[in-house]
Design a protein around this ligand. Structure first.
Ligand SMILES: [Mg+2]
Length: 251
């Protein structure tokens, strides 16, 4: 028997893919807010790898990136330490948040003279691109990084000066709480802003702050269809494969 035409969800995905993003927003955003990891920085070899190595080390199980994305698609697990604690516990080895943090940091920062995965860090957007965006919009950051993790990479980056407000894990309740977005807005109309993030906790924070949300997700990523559908359900205005695609919207 031949298969029937694809389900409605697939048609919706295709439709959204070809829509011009500027038609999806009521007006040009004045305030751009970026998540850092997965948006401005490639985290597959740093945070994600550290999480996998931590879970493998603590449980002896050969866990995979596909499983990681399954965990990442649950609320509260933008924070890798929370995710690792829950994941290791689910595999039969009860682990607290603090224990997860300590174990994770050995892989992230390195230990016993061995360099950590932080050395793999790679910024995905050029300083020239950030400068161009800054000429049109006010730029801000809302990240789940600690201030220390943020500074390690961004203190010496020439484009950091273009961001007006930088909210880290040390400055506000972490995502999915919308507090960081509200701090950045400071009472201004959330509809004039736009938040770009790559995790469900980003989408939840944006929804609760009333800020339009663009999800950063590439088609070749693990669990693309499930995650894309989840972002749409949470009200994502558009799905972009990378932050640079924002240029299509700003014209
Ligand atoms: Mg992120």
């Amino acid at each position: 028997m031949p298969k029937k035409s694809p389900p409605t969800r697939r048609r919706a995905l295709q439709k959204n893919k070809t829509s011009a993003p500027q038609k999806l927003l009521a007006s040009q955003p004045k305030i751009l807010i970026f998540d850092v990891d997965g948006v401005l920085v490639d985290v597959s070899g740093t945070y994600w790898r550290s999480a996998l190595e931590t879970v493998r080390y603590l449980t002896g199980e050969r866990v995979t990136y596909a499983e990681l994305h399954k965990w990442k698609s649950k609320p509260g697990f933008n924070d890798d330490w929370s995710m690792v604690a829950a994941w290791v516990t689910a595999l039969g080895k009860p682990l607290s948040y603090e224990e997860a943090r300590v174990a994770f940091e050995r892989f992230y920062w390195g230990s016993d003279g061995k360099p950590g995965n932080v050395r793999n860090e790679r910024i995905l957007v050029s300083p020239a691109q950030i400068e161009k965006w800054a000429q049109r919009c006010e730029l801000n950051l809302f990240t789940g990084r600690t201030r220390q993790e943020f500074s390690y990479t961004f203190a010496g980056w020439p484009a950091t000066k273009y961001f007006r407000t930088i909210v880290t894990m040390d400055d506000a309740r972490k995502k999915p709480h919308p507090d960081g977005l509200k701090m950045i807005l400071g009472g201004r109309d959330p509809a004039t802003a736009l938040y770009l993030g790559d995790n469900i906790d980003d989408a939840l924070a944006a929804r609760d702050a009333g800020v339009p949300f663009f999800a950063i997700i590439a088609r070749n990523e693990h669990r693309y269809r499930e995650r894309a559908a989840q972002f749409r359900e949470l009200g994502a205005v558009a799905l972009l494969p990378r932050a640079r695609e924002l240029n299509r919207m700003l014209g």
